[in-house]
Design a protein around this ligand. Structure first.
Ligand SMILES: [Zn+2]
Length: 104
């Protein structure tokens, strides 16, 4: 396999976003934008200003992966409290009680 170290222009046209959970890229319509509000809580929405983190829409697995790695803090450039992450989980509708509940 050849090494593909190209960043930026992926295949095709238009902007591409990278999911902080699975690192896959896709058009903005396929991902959810997460931003940190001034009070430290997280919200979703493309119209919000500031740095944004992107997650695959409707993919709890990506959210969990990002949460476990602390990817929100890194992507948003600020510390994100676990409570805020939990609130975002509820916001995204992560009502699925998958196995593997690790308390942290
Ligand atoms: Zn993803």
């Amino acid at each position: 396999m050849a090494s593909r170290a190209r960043t930026g222009a992926a295949e095709g046209r238009g902007p591409v976003r990278t999911c902080i959970g699975c690192r896959r890229t896709g058009p903005p319509e396929a991902l959810v934008r997460v931003v940190a509000l001034p009070d430290g809580s997280l919200a979703t929405g493309r119209g919000l200003g500031g740095r944004g983190a992107w997650l695959c829409a409707g993919s709890p697995a990506c959210f969990e992966a990002a949460a476990r790695r602390g990817a929100f803090s890194r992507a948003l450039g600020r510390q994100v409290d676990p409570e805020s992450v939990g609130a975002l989980r509820a916001l995204l509708g992560g009502g699925h009680g998958d196995a593997g509940g690790v308390r942290g």
